[in-house]
Design a protein around this ligand. Structure first.
Ligand code: HPA
Length: 248
């Protein structure tokens, strides 16, 4: 089974033939919503809307531990997370797609680990390459077959939100090596690693980051959803090809 986490602009998967929805309870509470089960091209898929079905849960309030635990309980072969970002690197213009290969974490105050219990033996995980290489390769192969242009690699800066960044913060993030900025990449990616999931992200550039491109003095928030809606056509195309490649 393939798991897909949808972000802003992808609260449902129109290409999915839905069989049922299921509420899953976890030791960490409830996920963002019921999991949606169905088939795409005869392959089993489970879909979870990260911000809830009605897009009501802000990035800092998402129960990432419950979400990842629930998906892990289904033992998916891969988890593909779709997440919107602001573009910092000059080629990451609104509407473009990128498969990040690194992360810098600026979030705080989130439940970020399964290994935090005081009476548990101390556990660490390797996170040198934060995304699953086989999952990234699968997405990149699917993008090629789908004829969708994606940028291969980039550093994702995970910020706290829900506010967007200042122009100075974007300068700092760039100095730190960041190519894009989003609010949900962490702790989601690290939790997936703690549970040993094959997890990677398709980042969708919704806007130029603060102070960049045409957004010198403000980010036009009203335009973001139109950009995302258009870009999600490409994302759905890639996902359909992921499903085909995955069955090979
Ligand atoms: N910053 C942080 N998160 C985002 C942005 C941004 O500019 N755009 C979409 N998600």
């Amino acid at each position: 089974m393939l798991a897909i986490i949808g972000g802003s602009g992808l609260t449902q998967l129109s290409c999915l033939e839905i069989s049922h929805r299921q509420i899953i309870r976890t030791p960490y509470g409830e996920p963002s919503g019921p999991l949606t089960f169905g088939k795409m091209k005869d392959q089993d898929i489970v879909f979870l809307a990260r911000h809830g079905h009605g897009h009501t849960i802000p990035p800092h309030a998402i129960n990432y531990r419950a979400n990842i635990w629930a998906l892990h309980s289904l033992q998916p072969s891969h988890v593909i997370a779709v997440a919107s970002v602001g573009g910092i690197r000059s080629d990451l213009v609104p509407g473009s797609l990128v498969i990040p290969d690194q992360i810098v974490d600026y979030t705080y105050g989130r439940e970020f680990t399964y290994f935090g219990d005081k009476d548990q033996r101390v556990r660490h995980v390797d996170f040198t390459l934060p995304y699953s290489q086989p999952t990234r390769a699968l997405i990149l192969r699917a993008s090629e077959l789908a004829n969708e242009n994606v940028a291969q690699g980039g550093v994702y800066a995970a910020t706290q939100g829900p506010r967007l960044e200042t122009a100075a913060e974007i300068i700092r993030l760039e100095r730190d090596g960041a190519d894009m900025v989003g609010m949900t990449g962490m702790p989601e990616t690290a939790l997936a690693r703690e549970l040993g999931l094959q997890y990677a992200t398709i980042a969708v550039v919704a806007n130029y980051a603060a102070g960049r491109g045409t957004n010198i003095s403000a980010i036009p928030l009203r335009e973001i959803y139109a950009v995302l809606e258009k870009a999600m056509v490409g994302v759905r195309n890639i996902l359909e090809h992921v499903v085909s490649c995955h069955g090979d």
